[in-house]
Design a protein around this ligand. Structure first.
Ligand code: DQA
Length: 144
């Protein structure tokens, strides 16, 4: 069975209470449960992890190379400036789908740049928790 790493970056542990007008009322636990359930229905295994630390996110990307087939990644603010996460993605030979709850292009200019985008398979942004659920469809297609 194909295995997906669902990886969340900084501040996403606060989903549900953090700026709900932008990020919605869904909690991280709720989103994880829906993504894991959708993966299961599509015959894929999924493990979820969140960290506020760049190094831990990088460690999980490295580790995924051993036992995962794809990564769904919301790197949070690291998206916009972490060359280290970009290099980790480029270093592993796994498809990564970049995800954002909000439409980053409709927000502040500094959010228009993604330094990880060029090394990801694709980007899904602006659909709230459905961004993650659409990413499951994307990885399924990528892994066919
Ligand atoms: C985010 C967008 C980022 O700009 C922001 O720093 C986040 C969340 C999103 O999911 O919309 O933390 O990645």
């Amino acid at each position: 069975m194909k295995k997906i790493l669902l990886l969340h970056g900084p501040n996403l542990n606060l989903l549900g209470e953090r700026e709900p007008g932008i990020y919605g009322r869904d909690t991280l636990a709720g989103i994880n449960a829906e993504v894991i359930d959708k993966c299961r229905k599509n015959h894929m295994d999924c493990i979820a992890f969140q960290s506020n630390s760049e190094g831990e996110i990088i460690d999980h990307i490295h580790a995924a190379q051993k036992d995962c087939d794809a990564i769904i990644l919301n790197a949070g603010a690291y998206t916009h400036y972490s060359i280290a996460i970009r290099d980790a993605i480029a270093a592993v030979r796994l498809p990564v789908v970049e995800v954002h709850l909000s439409n980053v292009h409709a927000r502040e200019e500094f959010r228009h740049i993604s330094v990880i985008g060029p090394v990801c398979a694709g980007v899904i942004a602006g659909f709230g928790k459905n961004s993650y659920l659409l990413a499951v469809d994307a990885v399924k297609e990528l892994l066919l």
